[in-house]
Ligand binder design. Sequence first.
Ligand SMILES: Nc1ncnc2c1ncn2[C@@H]1O[C@H](COP(=O)(O)OP(=O)(O)O)[C@@H](O)[C@H]1O
Ligand SMILES: [Mg+2]
Length: 350
Amino acid sequence: MTAVKTESVERPEAGQPLLEVRDLHVTYGSGAFAVPAVRGVDLRVEAGRKLGIAGESGCGKSTLALALLRLLPASATLSGEILLDGEDVLTMKWGRLRAVRWAGASIVFQGAMHSLNAVHRIGDQIAEPILLHGRGTPAAARSRAGGLLEQVGLPATRADAYPHELSGGQRQRVMIAMALACDPRLIIADEPTTALDVMIQAQILRLIERLVSDQDLGLIMISHDLAVLSDTCDRLAVMYAGRVVEEGPAEQVHESARHPYAGALSAAFPRVGDLASRHAPRGLPGDPPDPSALPSGCTFHPRCTAALESCAEEDQELRPAGPSRRAACVLVEPEATVTPGGTAETRSTS
Ligand SMILES: Nc1ncnc2c1ncn2[C@@H]1O[C@H](COP(=O)(O)OP(=O)(O)O)[C@@H](O)[C@H]1O
Ligand SMILES: [Mg+2]
């Protein structure tokens, strides 16, 4: 095994975001079979901040997550820029990319059983990236694996267990331990709790929150559940049909969405602890479009209860929707939003 020379990943300079995505496009296949899964996404994550990415299934969230570390299948074509600590992931040489994949940023996937190797002890699996990155002897890597297990709330002695000997929640903890193994600056968690039951979901979310804040890591948390994201993250980006249609401070997006899709998603996933709305959630009829057959104009217009005639013809770019907020909807009027003390829409009338 060859040693990786370019192991160090610099801390970003003050003011420079940890991650900046500019006009990212990802298309699977080509020609008549092209599936434009991500279509011009811009994102920014500051060091130590938590960005949530929401959207229904098929909106391009996982494609975006995989693109961030160039983990997509060969059939995918990418364009744009993915600047991790100012360095473009899309143009990195293979050796550099390999170093960055664990030490710069790492991914926690949904469904830990499929990501863990059934025939290897979990301690060895956690030690593997540490060894691969030349970060110590086998004995040191094993000892670090034990320490990482403790950090995620498992006894170090579980290092000797095989994946099938652990519960679903414990396996997801192992995945988180692996993600932390090479001290990344950014964790990308793609639906990390979707396969778990509700009680365990909450535990795992709290664990991720605690770890990222203790270690001042950046976090990108992906979920279809806006309530979970607004509870965990500082900012939220809502994706629809491969685009970000709204982004802003997490609580504001969840409580007073400006884009009708974000509003519908928010109503489908009421605020954590808000029993009144939880007992009467409002669904959104229909499904997101197939990316290979997108509707004309605003891709949400066929499902939008507020759509104007022009929405079938004209797509909208993200536009200012209040301080530090943007939404891609023709109905958004920035000057009418968020004045001190609340807006006309958000002020309580009761
Ligand atoms: N390997 C692939 N080849 C072709 N199309 C894909 C592939 N992976 C995902 N897609 C398509 O890309 C779109 C976005 O998928 P995905 O990124 O998984 O969305 P999400 O994570 O939001 O559910 C979907 O239409 C999906 O069918
Ligand atoms: Mg997904």
